[in-house]
Design a protein around this ligand. Structure first.
Ligand code: LLP
Length: 436
């Protein structure tokens, strides 16, 4: 993956740094990000738009991995930012991210979150539902402040991915239904409002999608709606946001296309369909999370105990697990791995990599093909950059790992490892009940 190689000591290197040295310095479990890879991915998306000569924004869907440092790199790369909570917005502002390039998402943004969006003067709010239209209208009138908005619609497309992460199908908690009149009603409610500036339409059809047809179909449906509004209301929609969801390779079984291929096909479809309708090509915005940051991340663990169930399987347990990567337990997600300290050695055995949480389901990988493991070996699990750290928990009061960025042979700590005191920081002592 990316700039990962094996050095003369047989160690896995990430971003030109030796993983064994990283472990010595920072301990395990450790999330290590190959930052050059994130930069390359960002540039590839941007280049695709530039070559097509089309207006665009590439917004990093930061739910995939949200920290001050990655927001700063994203800003350096000229990315926009998709945030979904006061917490992500606050982190972005603390990182000094350009506020006008922040897009605010979510199906139930709270009153304080919306107020914060106005007060900080962010770039746009992606409006999800009628309740929110009302709240934004009231707020903008009260503050006498304009706000750019996009309407998020559900185009009724089922992309083939895990049930929990599909979002574009008709029966979804997100967005205005495109087919049953909800989107039209939403349009009517916002397009002539004094303070709301309707930039356009948004959809996100799901995550970890390999199939370009789903994106083409979504683009067609949204352009169709834009055409309708042009005819009926003489409204020319300037922006079409087609979300994220481009799949990446976790294991050999995954066969994604280059991320930019999805975008190329989207652009083609938008060009074709708008031309056919004699409609100006809108700016196309996308918001990839996983395909920008997923394969940039590797988690390093130390192997501790091992166990053999004779004739059935060999377990090797790591010093983390579902607390730093919930995806195998939650989605049945598959990962590939390597012994980072003996990366050049051939695989001899198949291990089930178990986590240390008190749940039988806390297994990171089934049948990881590895050399014969010894306790103390370092396991690298690839492609943990998206929805790993960002979905980590303190289950079993396990401290969250540190995060390190590696780039050009240098490394830096960007999230400190939690310590035991961090774990009890919010706790308060029980006060004896007052006797009456
Ligand atoms: N835009 C919107 C509106 C989204 O809801 C999402 C992801 C994205 C963009 C970015 O999608 P991506 O390019 O990362 O696929 N926790 C799950 C993934 C949930 C995705 C939720 N929305 C997982 O670990 O697979």
């Amino acid at each position: 993956y990316g700039t990962q190689t094996i050095n003369k000591d047989g160690h896995l290197t990430i971003g030109g740094t030796d993983s064994v040295d990283l472990v010595k310095e920072y301990g395990t479990p450790l999330y290590v990000y190959d930052i050059q890879l994130f930069r390359d991915r960002a540039k590839a998306f941007q280049k695709t738009f530039e070559e097509a000569g089309i207006g665009y924004q590439v917004a990093y869907a930061s739910k995939a991995f949200s920290t001050i440092a990655i927001y700063q790199v994203a800003a350096e790369e000229g990315l926009s930012l998709d945030v979904v909570s006061a917490g992500e917005l606050y982190t972005a502002i603390k990182a000094g991210f350009p506020k006008r390039k922040i897009h605010f998402h979510g199906n139930n943004k709270g009153p304080e979150e919306l107020r914060m969006a106005f007060e900080e003067g962010i770039g746009c709010i992606v409006v999800d539902n009628f309740h929110e239209i009302k709240a934004i209208k009231e707020l903008s009138e009260k503050l006498q402040q304009p706000m750019n908005i996009l309407l998020r619609v559900t185009p009724g497309i089922e992309a083939h991915t895990h049930d929990y992460i599909t979002t574009g199908q008709e029966d979804s908690k997100f967005g205005f239904d495109l087919l049953n009149g909800q989107a039209d009603q939403a349009f009517q409610e916002v397009y002539q409002h004094e303070f709301l500036n309707l930039l356009g339409l948004h959809c996100h059809i799901g995550s970890q999608i390999f199939d370009t047809a789903a994106f083409r179909l979504a683009a067609e449906k949204l352009v169709g709606k834009m055409g309708q509004w042009k005819t009926e209301f003489a409204y020319t929609c300037p922006v079409l946001n087609l979300g994220g969801g481009f799949g990446i390779r976790y294991t050999e079984d995954d066969e994604p296309l280059e991320p930019s291929v999805y975008v190329k096909e989207m652009i083609e479809t938008v060009k074709e369909t708008t031309e056919a309708m004699d409609f100006p090509v809108p700016e196309i915005w996308i918001e990839p999370g996983r395909s920008l940051i997923g394969d940039a991340g590797t988690t390093l663990y130390t192997i501790g105990s091992t166990k053999e169930v004779p004739g059935i399987r060999k377990y090797a347990a790591v010093d983390g697990g579902m607390s730093d990567n919930i995806r195998p337990a939650l989605y049945g997600a598959k990962y590939s791995s390597i012994l980072a300290n003996r990366a050049g050695e051939a695989a001899e055995e198949a291990y089930t990599i178990a986590g240390k949480c008190c749940e039988s389901g806390d297994k990171l990988i089934d049948h990881a093909a590895l050399p014969k493991i010894e306790s103390g070996d370092i396991l690298g699990v690839f492609c943990t950059g998206a929805y790993g750290y960002s979905m980590a928990s303190n289950y079993n009061r396990i401290a969250r790992p540190a995060v390190v960025f590696a780039e050009n042979g240098e490394h830096q700590l960007v999230v400190r490892r939690e310590n035991l005191d961090d774990l009890i920081k919010q706790d308060m002592s029980y006060k004896q009940q007052v006797k009456r």
